[in-house]
Ligand binder design. Structure first.
Ligand SMILES: Cc1ncc(COP(=O)(O)O)c(C=O)c1O
Length: 451
């Protein structure tokens, strides 16, 4: 029988040996990490039996709940067959079938899957593929990438070079190439028309490409929502304009669906809403339903053909030990099966309508600005005074205080500065959504009570 775990000794041991991500470790003196014993459905449970509603899908990965019986069974079945084999020179059923299924649901024209283990690694692959494509097709002078203001594409060096979040970049700036940036298409609270905002940002991209296209391999965009950059949302019109501009200027369009792919925005992929096919498409996070690290970069025939034949230096030179891991592929296929069996997209749209109705009253909150929603992502800004357009100074940020409050009420949220957001698992019920929005409203009250 397993010995009963003492959670406080677990935390003490953790603090002796772990280094947690995106964490000032000294803060753990006041706020130690929360030991989680088990997950079930939308709930996480600690060792005292307290339950926390996972309002952010455990960093946007968990689509169908913790300990999902169908995903559990698929991974267990695969464990009995093959846990792993290298993918260079070998193949296996889960990776072939998953690739067929991904190509089937992806925007038409994407015909090849290349696998990685994290979102950032999928972005690195897209950058390397695009650069190497231009080299193989006689344009070695193309070595740069355009990304957007407020973009976030991951924390490895290439992905970080695309990102525009000062906090994450600044200490590592010396390692990052300096590439052109294009304006964000995000809609703000100014009441400006989203379409006009999209057109303005696309005009900005046109200017960047007019000046730089000869040196640029591709433009990288997060479709519909720039997530880590503050849940900044934009019109699908922007995506169709980017597609036109990229084709006209002879650069790749690289779409990063890592955060929003797999139904989060109401369609399987965000870029479907712009009716476009990118040259390269990155997926990750929800691909395995939040179970195992797996990501992929999907490419068009045109990209693939540029690598086909002609010696090893023309082949795509990237690998990692666990490429196409069978267990992760099995989890991903079980996730895709749930989409098919349960008509998830239709249910998500219904849930999103419920969320919109419940969010509406927050628009009148004196310390809440820019209430916004795309599918099952909802966000708002905490502000000192909604009419002044000002923000809290950095040392007075309220987001963290708000999330600490929500946690005491059994709801797991994480701030992005003073942006609070919800990104619930798709299995949330309307009652779960009510609880999340109530916690959001209460946390906003609490964190801004002194102005
Ligand atoms: C749009 C986007 N791209 C890439 C990444 C990096 O993914 P990972 O954390 O799996 O490396 C993230 C992570 O939040 C993301 O939101």
């Amino acid at each position: 029988m397993m010995a009963e775990m003492d959670p406080s000794s677990l935390v003490a041991r953790d603090l002796r040996v772990l280094w947690h991500p995106c964490t000032q470790m000294q803060d753990h003196e006041r706020h130690p990490p929360v030991p989680i014993r088990r997950g079930h459905g939308i709930w996480l449970e600690d060792f005292e039996g307290r339950r926390y509603l996972d309002g952010i899908s455990s960093w946007w990965v968990n689509l169908f709940g913790h300990a999902n019986p169908r995903i559990n069974a698929a991974v267990a079945r695969q464990l009995g067959e093959l846990e792993h084999v290298l993918l260079a020179g070998f193949t296996h059923e889960p990776v072939v079938t998953l690739s067929e299924r991904l190509i089937h649901i992806a925007p038409p024209g994407l015909t090849r899957c290349f696998y990685a283990e994290s979102g950032a690694a999928a972005v690195e692959i897209a950058l390397k593929m695009s650069l190497h494509y231009w080299r193989n097709t006689g344009k070695p002078e193309k070595t740069q990438f355009v990304s957007l203001a407020h973009a976030y594409h991951g924390d490895t060096l290439g992905a970080l070079a695309l990102s525009d979040i000062g906090l994450y970049r600044a200490p590592y700036e010396a390692l990052l190439p300096s590439w052109p940036k294009s304006p964000s298409p995000a809609i703000d609270d100014s009441g400006d028309d989203p379409l006009r905002q999209a057109e303005r940002a696309a005009d900005g991209l046109e200017r960047v490409l007019e000046l730089n296209a000869d040196r640029v391999c591709g433009v990288v965009v997060e479709p519909l929502v720039q997530c880590a950059g503050g849940m900044r949302m934009h019109s699908p019109r922007y995506l169709s304009r980017v597609r036109e501009a990229c084709s006209r200027h002879g650069v790749h369009m690289i779409v990063d669906e890592i955060a929003v792919g797999f139904g989060r925005t109401g369609t399987m992929f965000g870029c479907e809403q712009g009716s476009i096919t990118p040259d390269l498409l990155c997926v990750g996070k929800g691909l395995t339903g939040g179970y195992l690290p797996l990501s992929a970069c999907l490419a068009t025939d045109a990209v693939y053909e540029a690598f086909y034949g002609g010696g090893p230096e023309r082949a795509f030179l990237h690998s990692h030990s666990y490429t196409g891991n069978p267990l992760a592929c099995a989890a991903a296929m079980a996730t895709l099966s749930i989409f098919e069996e349960d008509d998830v997209l239709a249910r998500n749209r219904m849930l999103a309508e419920h969320l919109a109705r419940r969010l509406a009253p927050l628009r009148d909150h004196p310390h809440v600005a820019n209430v916004r929603q795309t599918g099952l992502i909802a966000a708002l800004d905490l502000v000192p005074d909604k009419n002044s357009g000002e923000h809290y100074p950095a040392h007075e940020r309220r987001g963290r205080r708000a999330c600490e409050r929500a946690f005491t009420r059994g709801v797991l949220l994480r701030p992005l500065g003073d942006v609070l957001y919800l990104m619930p698992p798709y299995i949330a019920t309307p009652a779960d959504i009510d609880q999340l929005v109530d916690a959001l409203a209460d946390s906003a009250d609490y964190a801004t009570a002194d102005g």
